[in-house]
Design a protein around this ligand. Structure first.
Ligand code: UD1
Ligand code: UDP
Length: 356
């Protein structure tokens, strides 16, 4: 049996790492990299650090509008699938690379397996929501990370092929956290002391494409006066530049803008942060796994469990809410990581693909 894995964006490299390791014990894997992310810090660094198999095909699609990017991917993935004739196409998450991989496969009558199926924000204005819903509706294997995800699929009439597997990002974290603690020098490099800084990431379209929300978020970071370490996604750097906000952030002595960091450094930055501010899906979960309070710069989240358990607070892009959360948000209860599996999600996924 041959499995073609389609990836292209940063979180997908992290998600495929544990699955690929397990997959290759039983299947032949062909890795197709769309080229959606291409900067060294958004791409190569993950292959180097996480021992991910090198792509067999690098499609070099790069950046562009949704239609352009997804269309180019679709054409190029199709060519590879026609040549390679895999039995299954494996896609991850909710990016344009996910949708393109799933669509190319289903039209060629190749089975689609979706890792991170069933997540919903119920906000169709998010490009990710469109990608997820469409991908789930053409998938044969739906690997749901949480019970909430299984319920969401059921509510859309999808029960066949649904497996509650847990979350591959929890597998990835458990595998890498000890390595990260040993190998990362990021705290020393940046002169940081554990629990004496906050960590922030911002990259969602809703928070960057439009000056108002980005300006309010950045304004709150500056006004808080807290030391905030801010690894800046290239999309965000582009918009900060376009809105003339870069200088303001650079002048603010408390906001430390740095280029995106590798996964090992990121885990260490997360674990040692006093609080995390983010609009990332992956970072919200990692905060929960590491028991760090998370302030989410969105109105909704797909990871309802983190909010229900009290470790994640949704504040949107409201300056006052962000500032209050920075000052006051102190979760006291427990985190229940079993809600995201037991770190053996990859094994469960491969078992399902083997038909067991
Ligand atoms: C994409 C995903 C998003 C995911 C995120 C993970 C879609 C619709 N969005 O968003 O769901 O959370 O990846 O990080 O698929 N750029 C660079 N260098 C790069 C990559 C991007 O400079 O290596 C810049 C380009 O200006 C590009 C912009 O970032 O136009 C946005 O990149 P794109 O891949 O379209 O979306 P992301 O914001 O990265
Ligand atoms: N991440 C990283 N370096 C960074 C920012 C994020 O390694 O500078 C990791 C993070 O730890 C998580 C994943 O990237 O595992 C999340 O990806 P991202 O925030 O880009 O996308 P999302 O999860 O929102 O789709």
């Amino acid at each position: 049996m041959r499995v073609a894995t389609v990836v292209g964006a940063r979180p997908q490299f992290i998600k495929m790492a544990p699955v690929s390791r397990e997959l290759r014990k039983h299947f032949e894997e062909i890795v197709i990299h769309t080229g959606q992310h291409y900067d060294y810090e958004m791409n190569r660094i993950f292959f180097e650090q996480l021992n991910i198999p090198e792509p067999d095909y690098y499609l070099g699609v790069g950046s562009g509008s949704h239609g352009y990017q997804t269309g180019e991917m679709l054409k190029k993935i199709e060519e590879v699938l026609v040549r390679e004739e895999p039995d299954i196409v494996l896609v991850y998450g909710d990016t344009n690379s996910t949708l393109a991989g799933a669509l190319a496969a289903v039209k060629l009558h190749i089975k689609v397996a979706h890792v991170e199926a069933g997540l919903r924000s119920f906000d169709k204005r998010m490009p990710e929501e469109v990608n997820r819903v469409l991908t789930d509706h053409v998938s044969d294997y739906l690997f749901a990370p949480t019970e909430t995800a299984v319920k969401n699929l059921h509510n859309e009439g999808i029960d066949d092929g649904v497996y509650l597997t847990g979350d591959v990002m929890y597998d990835a974290l458990l595998h890498n956290i000890r390595i990260a603690r040993k190998e990362s020098r990021i705290l020393t490099e940046l002169g940081l002391k554990p629990k004496e800084y906050l960590l922030a990431t911002v990259h969602r379209a809703e928070n960057t494409e439009g000056r108002e929300r980005l300006e309010r978020i950045i304004g709150a970071f500056i006004e808080s006066g807290e030391l905030i370490v801010f690894p800046v996604h290239p999309r965000t750097r582009k918009y900060l530049g376009a809105y003339g906000l870069i200088d303001e952030v650079e002048k603010a002595r408390n906001v430390l803008m740095i280029p995106p960091v590798g996964y090992l450094d990121m885990l260490v930055l997360e674990e040692n942060a006093r609080k995390i501010l983010t609009d990332s899906g992956g970072v919200q979960k990692e905060a929960y796994f590491l028991k760090v309070p998370c302030i989410t710069l969105r109105e909704r989240t797909e990871w309802a469990e983190t909010v229900e358990d009290g470790w994640n607070l949704l504040v949107g892009a409201e300056r006052e809410k962000i500032l209050r959360a920075i000052r006051e948000f102190e979760p006291r209860g427990e985190t229940y990581t079993y809600r995201f599996g037991d770190g053996k999600t990859s094994e469960r996924i491969v078992k399902a693909l083997l038909g067991g």
